[in-house]
Design a protein around this ligand. Structure first.
Ligand code: FMN
Length: 247
């Protein structure tokens, strides 16, 4: 265990203003295991020289674990759509924003290049992100079936639509937490099959099961969220560690 004590003058407070206070800060951490280990040989890849499939496999293997957004949308005729997206993350709280990324696929005619979720968001400007618990994981996985746009995945996966407050797409009632979103921006990173599309939305309503929240803190055990690793592997969030952040 290594410990360092240092004077900390003119410290920044949480909103980045100088407080003018001076204090001593102790920082302790264990670096023995890293110091003792040799630098392992690395596979180094220039994506320009590899097929997209292999680059995708490496990315999904090392960008882990990824939370799963179960995204509900409606098309312009009101037909509902649900699909999981693990290229998903929160962006900021002021305004509250998140993003998910429906990649383009090869246009086969029956299945167009734009996934239904993307087309619906672009047409209606609204979507809901439903958090996936382990109890919901199998049904969420079932909604990833590549089906034509007219198929309602709520029906396909036996999910219960629950009316949203501020947007038209329904929430997934079986989800322990849902975020109603209005579209801010869509960014295409390319135009080929496999190109990512960033869908950035502002969260206009947050819903969390009441029994899981106390003073706005969410009980992670009760939420029981799952994430995605590579391929068909998912991960639970039941094995957690605590690390106290240095001040
Ligand atoms: C756990 C999981 C995560 C997924 N994540 C993504 C993703 O981040 N981006 C993507 O384009 N497809 C992802 N997919 C595949 C889509 O869910 C699938 O293409 C789906 O059919 C799209 O539905 P839609 O056409 O109704 O939008 C994922 C599938 C699973 C099972």
């Amino acid at each position: 265990m290594q410990c360092y004590t240092f004077a900390n003058t003119g410290a920044m407070d949480l909103i980045g203003q100088r407080t003018g206070k001076s204090r001593r800060t102790a920082l302790c951490f264990s670096i023995e295991s890293m110091a003792d280990s040799k630098i392992a040989p690395m596979l180094t890849v220039d994506p320009a020289h590899h097929v997209a499939r292999d680059v995708y496999k490496l990315m999904t293997g090392i960008i882990v674990p990824r939370p799963v957004a179960l995204v509900s949308t409606v098309d312009r005729n009101g037909v509902a759509n649900v699909a999981p997206f693990s290229f998903f993350c929160g962006v900021g709280a002021v305004p509250p924003t998140l993003l998910f990324c429906p990649a383009l696929r090869a246009d086969t005619g029956a299945l167009p290049g734009r996934k239904d979720s993307l087309r619906n968001v672009e047409e209606t400007g609204e979507f809901v992100v439903n958090v996936v618990s382990e109890a919901l994981a199998a049904a969420a996985n079932a909604t990833s079936t590549e089906v034509p746009p007219e198929v309602d995945e709520f029906v396909l996966a036996g999910l219960t639509p629950l009316a949203s407050e501020a947007v038209r797409p329904p929430r997934v009632a079986e989800s322990p937490a849902q975020m109603e979103c209005k579209l801010l921006q869509v960014i295409y990173t390319g135009s080929h099959a496999g190109s990512g599309v960033i869908v950035l939305g502002e969260i206009v309503r947050l819903h969390v099961r009441e029994d899981l929240v106390e003073s706005f803190r969410v009980d992670p055990a009760g939420l029981d969220a799952v994430g995605r690793m590579a391929g068909n592997t998912w991960v639970r969030t039941r094995d957690r560690i605590e690390l106290i952040r240095p001040k």
